[in-house]
Write a protein that binds this ligand. Structure first.
Ligand SMILES: CSC[C@H]1O[C@H](OP(=O)(O)O)[C@H](O)[C@@H]1O
Length: 367
């Protein structure tokens, strides 16, 4: 996507051919800061501290982390150490595991002297594949936007609600849930986005709002608890969110609060779509509520808030009493029954085992 008119991706290899460039997302929206990763440990730290975040981008960053590790030591032992370290950075996004297993599959058969070039080749291919997948998801989802717009008689604006950030900052480019928003906007559809702030890290208020503003898309930041009220009053035409891990039966892990939004959508007859790149499907799991690991992060992400002072300085302040504990669950699981449809790069399907297998028949296990 474009930043101040400059086309760019969320991760790239610098001109030296090996340093990895990222956007430090912890500095947005008040500063646009690029950063460089020169070691696997720096890549792991960037994922853990959410300088990069979003399931597809986590996978891409981990893949480049393996590249950086191979530059230092391309031995089998070093490969295993890098895979183990990077796999432990964050537990929920299955793209991390998918990307690392892909690197292992590609690098293990290679002789150590061939591994650096092989790693960078595969990481680059993974990034290009992510961009293509997201653009395809955008195209399939755009048809759903157009149907909703037609049902409104093309009057007023198309009101879309989204939670967290599943935009291009969460991926290598385009985004997943926001890809159709950009396509609809560019096609002249008067799309407006209700942006859930998405406590506690405010990925919506901070990242989604910034992205949409950069692209000129109309949007309104709302508190997380407002969505149900808007749906009750007919102010939401559809909901679309991303996912960090979706089971083979269509249960969707996504940012905490997604489940509650899906319940409100169901209660008000509002379509609830999930943009789902196939690398985010965990084909080994069936029951998401019981099987998907839910990341718990430091309570200070809840007790403290970071923002801009009138002086222009960025500061962090505490909002809870010193003695209060804070439980910081980073994801929840929306059962398939609350999902209107999954939007993949191969098309739209029901949130069910049969729905996914209809688009990915190669995943049918020999019964
Ligand atoms: C397209 S994946 C985006 C997904 O990742 C976010 O989580 P986090 O910001 O903690 O990495 C959130 O669940 C988004 O929906």
């Amino acid at each position: 996507m474009k930043v101040q008119g400059e086309p760019m991706r969320s991760i790239w290899v610098e001109a030296d051919g090996w340093t990895v460039g990222i956007i430090d997302q912890t500095r947005l929206p008040h500063a646009f800061v690029k950063a460089e990763l020169a070691t696997a440990e720096e890549a792991g730290h960037a994922i853990r501290t959410m300088r990069v975040r979003g399931a597809p981008l986590i996978g891409a960053t981990a893949a480049y982390g393996v590249c950086l590790a191979m530059r230092e030591d391309a031995s089998d032992a070093a490969l295993e150490r890098a895979l183990t370290m990077l796999r432990a950075t964050r537990p929920t996004a299955v793209n991390l595991h998918w990307a690392l297993e892909g690197m292992r599959r590609v690098l293990t058969p290679l002789r150590p002297p061939e591994r650096v070039a092989g790693a960078y080749r595969h990481a680059a291919a993974l990034c290009d594949e992510d961009v293509a997948i997201n653009r395809a998801i955008g195209g399939h989802a755009l048809k759903l936007f157009q149907d909703a717009w037609d049902r409104k008689g093309r009057k007023g604006r198309l009101n879309v609600l989204t939670h967290c950030n599943a935009g291009w900052l969460a991926t290598v480019d385009w985004g997943t849930a926001l890809a159709p928003v950009y396509l609809a906007h560019d096609a002249g559809m008067p799309v407006h986005v209700w942006v859930d702030e998405t406590r506690p890290r405010n990925q919506g208020a901070v990242l989604t709002a910034w992205e949409l503003g950069q692209h000129g898309v109309a949007h309104t930041v709302i508190a997380d608890n407002v969505g149900g009220h808007l749906m009750q009053h007919g102010d939401v035409d559809l909901c679309i969110v991303g996912t960090d891990r979706t089971t083979a039966h269509g249960d969707v892990a996504n940012k905490i609060g997604t489940y509650l939004k899906a319940l409100a959508a169901k209660d008000n007859g509002v379509s609830f779509y999930v943009a789902l790149p196939s690398p985010t499907v965990d084909w080994t799991l069936q029951d998401g509520v019981r099987q998907i690991p839910i990341e718990q992060r430091d309570g200070t992400e809840l007790s403290d808030v970071t923002g801009l002072l009138p002086s222009g300085e960025v500061a962090t302040v505490r909002i809870t009493p010193p003695g209060s504990a804070a439980a910081n669950y980073a994801f929840d699981v929306t059962p398939a029954r609350l999902v209107t449809a999954l939007i993949t790069e191969r098309g739209v399907c029901p949130a069910s085992e049969e729905g996914l297998l209809s688009l990915f028949p190669e995943r049918r296990q020999a019964k």
